[in-house]
Design a protein around this ligand. Sequence first.
Ligand code: HSE
Length: 435
Amino acid sequence: MEKSVKIALLGCGTVGGGVIIVLNENREDIAKKAGCAIEVKTVLVRDKKNLKPEIKKYNVGYTDNLDDILNDPEIEIVVELIGRVHPAKEYIEAAISHGKHVVTANKDVLADYGKSLFALAAEKKTDFQFEGAVGGGIPIIRPLRACLAANKISSIMGIINGTTNYMLTKMSQEGLSYAQALAEAQAKGYAESDPTADVEGIDAARKIAVLASLAFNTPLTLKDVHVEGIDNIDACDIEYARDLGYVVKLLGVAKNDPENGISANVYPVMLPKNHPLASVNDVYNAIYVNGDAVGDAMFLGRGAGRLPTASAVCGDIIDIVRNIRNHACGRIGGNLFEKKKMCPPDKEMAPCYFRLQVADRPGVLAAIASTFAAQQMSIASVIQKNVMDNGTAELVIITNKVSRLSLDLSLRTLQVLPVVNEVCSVMRVEDPALP
Ligand code: HSE
């Protein structure tokens, strides 16, 4: 067999440790598949003392100086696993500039700087791979860049944040409150100690920006994504959803409307119970893609965690080793060849669910209906469920398709309408039955 390919890891936390474990434990099969052995030569760490005991037993070198890696001609692949934007982005740039092939699982860097990193990698003719950046262990980046490359992709809908999927599952199946579900997700180590990026939808927004860029061949960043989290969702919304035949999921949704442009959103959605994404529960992620040739395709699996993410990262490493051995590096670029226009808010349409606390007296429904009518919003159904002791009632309204602009304008009016005490929650409804 040929001489080994040597790699370096930047960072040796949860995923970095997983990569060392997988490459060592599956060493022989990996060498056969790659065509040569793969050796972790050097790991960049701030302090070697912090290394987890299960990693120390493997025979790898350590440094706290990036230059030791950049200037080592033996190291051909640099694997960035330190996370966050800075200095990860600068480290990736430095590695590519030194002619190294790069693997990363860093969605934050990709969502902000993907385009310039693709350009740099193309200029230097190096491989730049990032399967672990979205959906952890689920193959979705390579399918979009390679297997589905012949398609015009029209939409991607994904459950791409495990923390919020776990919380919504617990609220739905066990009747937990939002606070209880969040506490449980934190106790199990799914949510960060500061779970803001998870529950406010920012983590999912970065991921849908990466997926939509690849699917639609246009550079999108976090700023192009309209984001709403699950922090306003109450257990009773989930109950109403169930009564109406829906389940609530936090989705990243990106669409390519040939007439009106690209839309990219993260928001809680009511999905019909029989939708393939509706039964994806707990910390599982899933991505549902529609292409003109393939039709619908769904990718399902573990969206985070040490070994699932290491599985994706190691797959990228093996792929690059094969490219190196066959002099085929730089084969698949970013393909962001077009700057497509974004869909204006008056053309982005979806049915909506509203839950309102209102005064319980004659004329209230008429006032709300006329607010909707002023925005050309057609009501599909109304439920009045709980009449409370204090003279207020709870109204649930489902509309037919409304534009994002009409939705925003109607919300502004509802929020100051004297008969509306509170707009408790608003969600999109993904239901083809609603016109
Ligand atoms: N916090 C993320 C999630 C995992 O809950 O899915 C890393 O992207």
